[in-house]
Design a protein around this ligand. Sequence first.
Ligand SMILES: C[S@@+](CC[C@H](N)C(=O)[O-])C[C@H]1O[C@@H](n2cnc3c(N)ncnc32)[C@H](O)[C@@H]1O
Length: 235
Amino acid sequence: MKSELYSTYAKRYDSVITDNIYNAHLERPTLLSMLGSVSGLNVMDLGCGPGVYTQHLLEADASKVTCVDYSDEMVQIVKEKFDGRVNAYQQDLSLGLPNEKSANVDMMICPLVLHYLEDLSVFFSEVSRVLKPNGYIVFSTHHPFADFECSKTGNYFELELVEEEWDTVGTPVPVRFYRRSLMEITDAITKSGLVISQLSEGKISEKVKELDKDTYERLSRNPNFIFMKCSKLGD
Ligand SMILES: C[S@@+](CC[C@H](N)C(=O)[O-])C[C@H]1O[C@@H](n2cnc3c(N)ncnc32)[C@H](O)[C@@H]1O
């Protein structure tokens, strides 16, 4: 969904996430540890944002990198940073991947995007269509147990649109995202024909102990993100 955080503040978001606690010291190390070798692979960065992961995919020798994001500003940043080395275009992932051929991509990443999509079944059935047999996707999203703390309905099993203000870029920006049960995520995956091959709840980097002791204590005791690797079985 359209968000000021990723449009008006796209450039600031880019500089902030380079070394902040949640992205750089919790989310990225965990997701990267689940990727495996991407050398020679045709890969997609879904909800690429300002391309921090795109850079990793290029440095890790992916043979082809396609980046998509809802935000025109993010797509522009990625085009400027990786001029001619990636194919980047605007796409609302809630509508799937209509520009992509079936059974064509080896590996996809989708870090911190799924909570912005209302219906995960469209997304995962499109991922399953576009992946080659034995291909896989690695994604991260808000941990359902963490998000339940901000529920207004008190019904864990009901999809809920949550509205908050986040200080990510140093000023309060309104954000909206979907809170959902763990079962809603796993059902969308398995109904699409994908198989969950790895699950992680992340591990806060030890470096955070020196940066911010209270946040380190909280994130080493409470779940914040959930990570899954999902594979498309071979023929
Ligand atoms: C938290 S940022 C993550 C960026 C990047 N994946 C990373 O981890 O550095 C979320 C990104 O998802 C994008 N996004 C949100 N809703 C989307 C949608 N429906 N389709 C495609 N991208 C979307 C936003 O524009 C934003 O760039």
